[in-house]
Design a protein around this ligand. Structure first.
Ligand SMILES: *Cc1c(COP(=O)(O)O)cnc(C)c1O
Length: 367
């Protein structure tokens, strides 16, 4: 087997050995006391990470399935929704809302910026019939952190629910679902929960469940009513990806023994280290409202950003993320959650410095 690259991408992320080991265990059946016991433990431990006393539902699918579930289970075609967006993942909320024929109000900021909570206050006043507000904790495409606490203050005063894509943020950036009054929190398995891709998670407030009673969007696989019924018996309506649930038991043990608040602080320190390391080799940061999950860095002038990322990936043993959409070739991104360590950050900094020098020595490129 070739040596694996050190994955510093904002998903998939590196999986700890304890979790890799249990995934090699023999498969057992899921309609058994053995599975129920496992799923009960995992479901209870997830609540500590989501900072909620509400149930957390585990769906088999990638994070986007939980995003789609949080549209179709709480809304009807024609409902007014506000999407707060400043990057690729905010745009996904808008795409979902359009696909399900919502009456869409977009609060946009350019890539690299955030939309202040104040703008949401005004939009909610202008649109008192809003049913739901869709936002993102960490906008992974640009590395910015949105003021979810501030947005929750606004939605709490109105009938609208606040739905937060915390797929990359949860487990790195502070998010207090119950304390702040966030109604729906979604995440995926391949980010700070440190297991492979394939599971999606969703936690739901009582305010949101009320909306579920009248929601007319069509749904079957993503019908959370079915999940709710099953979870009462620590079960799932469809066959769960139980190998991943086994791995999750291990990573949740690690997370909860370190403690989520300690993890937020550790990720903040690593994010700070990443920023200072990048500055130390003469690079500049793409955005200002930094998340603790991922940092976006400008590709220096005269360097082909795509080549930088692919050379480091194919020749130097680290996988970084490039830019997405319009940012392709202009920025690269480093993730610093999960089992990413200080050594990984200082190591990749040297590799980035050296690769930039090599690419520059080959002559300038037009970008
Ligand atoms: C990774 C990510 C997603 C996408 O999740 P998939 O698992 O690819 O469906 C959505 N939103 C954010 C903020 C992400 O970081």
């Amino acid at each position: 087997m070739t040596k694996a690259n050190i994955l510093l991408t904002p998903g998939p992320t590196m999986v700890p050995q304890e979790a890799l080991d249990v995934m090699a265990e023999p498969i057992f059946h899921h309609r058994t006391p053995q599975y129920r016991e496992l799923f009960k433990e995992v479901s209870e431990n997830l609540k500590l990470v989501f900072r909620t006393s509400q149930d957390v539902y585990t769906l088999t699918g990638s994070g986007t399935l939980a995003m789609e579930a949080s549209v179709v289970n709480f809304l009807s075609p024609g409902d007014k929704v506000i999407v707060v967006e400043a990057g690729k993942f905010g745009e996904r909320w808008s795409a979902l809302a359009k696909r399900y024929q919502m009456n869409l109000v977009q609060l946009k900021a350019p890539y690299g910026k955030v939309v202040p909570a104040k703008e949401l206050e005004k939009a909610l006043k202008d649109n008192p019939d809003t049913k739901a507000v869709f936002a993102t904790l960490c906008e992974t495409s640009t590395g910015v952190l949105f003021d979810i606490e501030g947005m929750a203050k606004e939605t709490s005063r109105t009938p609208a629910i606040l739905v937060v894509d915390s797929i990359s943020g949860l487990g790195a950036d502070r998010l207090e679902m119950d304390e702040w009054g966030v109604d729906i929190v979604v995440t995926g398995s391949q980010k700070a929960l440190m297991i492979p891709p394939g599971l999606a998670f969703i936690a739901i407030s009582q305010k949101a469940w009320k909306l579920n009673e009248t929601a007319k969007c069509l749904r079957y696989y993503a019908d959370l009513g079915a999940y709710r019924k099953s979870l009462a018996d620590w079960d799932t309506p469809w066959t769960p990806a139980l190998t991943l649930v086994l791995a999750l038991k291990q990573t949740l043990k690690m997370i909860n023994s370190e403690g989520i608040e300690t993890i937020w602080k550790r990720c903040a320190r690593l994010a700070e280290l990443t920023r200072s390391q990048m500055k130390s080799i003469g690079l500049t940061l793409f955005s200002k409202d930094w998340s603790n999950a991922v940092t976006a860095i400008n590709v220096p002038a005269g360097v082909d950003g795509k080549k930088l990322v692919s050379t480091i990936r194919d020749k130097k043993g680290y996988t970084l993320a490039g830019g997405q959409g319009d940012m392709d070739g202009k920025i690269f991104r480093i993730c610093h959650f999960g089992i990413v360590s200080e050594e990984h950050i200082t190591g990749v900094t040297q590799v980035i410095k050296e690769t930039i020098e090599e690419l520059k020595a080959k002559g300038p490129v037009k970008v």
